[in-house]
Design a binder for this molecule. Structure first.
Ligand SMILES: [Zn+2]
Ligand SMILES: [Zn+2]
Length: 339
């Protein structure tokens, strides 16, 4: 394992899973500190026990570098990985049924990897397709795509599909839901996408009645296929409370409109919570088990969501990303026609 990669991976894990900012920054600075140091020089310093003489290399990062140089997986990384890996006994059969992933980000918005890298990593996990769902403009901190960048991305995706075939990159977007339930992208463009995930990222604490109306309005939009991370909660670090809304009503609307509620697999989200998953089950709505990956390795978050779905006993044929791509595209196209 490359020492820089090891340090970056630790920083990523700490950030995404633990939300531990000072430590994240320390590991990122350590990665930067050795990025341009020739490997032989690094080895010499490691052998002499002098790595900490480099600026920004502390004891923990020095240990990581030494272990990575020795060709072993650093302890720190193993422990982090171990504390975050999901129970696989329950998740296994559901995960095995998945053929794709319908919510993930590339470096066009706030992801860390290229579209092609995400596609190749998804293929390696055994997937047949993914939907590329970078952010819409409202999420400015996340480098959301405006209409012209989205159009540009559509061309790039079309060209990339020739390279990655038979794997399929579906065009998509994680579009923001405005406070009034309208969407943060013009309909004409959304109509050209294969898959649209609609999510709330702002004003998460609005009053329950207004939030219910906001979500139902978004679900009723013919371009929308999937409602992303519905409660917006964060369960690690300082955390974030769930948005409140009438879950029976929202999920019943999804069922009536034949749309899907996302099971967001990110360990810090695990959204919807168990209590709401039971209501999803009763509603009859479809579900999508997505990684919401912002880096290639995060595509492997799906088992967390699979575990939740298995626990709740939801039938596998309700998971839209367990379907062959043609069935999936038929389902999303039917929404557009109903508008
Ligand atoms: Zn989101
Ligand atoms: Zn996302």
């Amino acid at each position: 394992m490359d020492p820089v990669e090891a340090l970056e991976r630790i920083a990523d894990l700490l950030q995404r899973v633990r939300n531990a900012r000072p430590k994240v920054q320390a590991f990122r600075r350590a990665a930067d500190a050795i990025r341009d140091v020739p490997i032989d020089e690094l080895r010499t310093l490691a052998d002499a026990g002098r790595l900490t003489e480099l600026t920004d290399i502390g004891k923990s990062s020095a240990a990581v570098i030494v272990e990575a140089l020795a060709g072993t997986t650093p302890d720190y990384l193993t422990k982090l990985d171990g504390s975050t890996s999901p129970p696989t006994d329950l998740a296994g059969p559901v995960r095995a049924a998945l053929r794709g992933d319908l919510h993930l980000h590339s470096d066009w918005s706030d992801g860390g990897a290229t579209i092609e890298a995400m596609a190749r990593a998804a293929a390696e996990l055994g997937h047949e397709y993914l939907a590329l769902t970078d952010h819409s403009p409202l999420v400015r901190v996340a480098g959301g795509l405006d209409a012209s960048r989205l159009e540009e991305q559509l061309d790039v995706v079309a060209a990339l599909n020739d390279d990655v075939a038979p794997f399929r990159i579906l065009a998509g977007m994680e579009v923001d839901i405005h406070e009034d339930g309208s969407l943060d992208m013009e309909g004409e463009l959304l109509g050209r996408l294969d898959v649209v995930v609609a999510s709330v990222h702002s004003k998460l604490d609005m009053e329950a009645g207004a939030m219910t109306k906001r979500m139902v309005t978004a679900l009723a939009n013919p371009h929308v296929d999937i409602l992303g991370h519905c409660t917006g909660r964060l369960v690690v670090g300082r955390g974030r409370a769930e948005s409140t809304f009438d879950a029976e009503l929202v999920f019943a609307a999804a069922a009536h409109l034949d749309k899907a509620i996302e099971v967001n697999s990110r360990p810090e989200r695990l959204d919807p919570p168990r209590r709401l998953l039971r209501i999803v089950d009763e509603s009859g709505a479809k579900i999508a088990i997505d990684s919401d990956a912002h880096a290639t390795w995060q595509l492997d978050f799906q088992p967390y969501g699979c575990h939740r779905v298995a626990e709740a006993g939801l039938a596998v044929d309700r998971i839209v990303n367990s379907w062959p791509v043609e069935q999936l595209l038929g389902w999303t196209a039917a929404h557009a026609e109903s508008g």
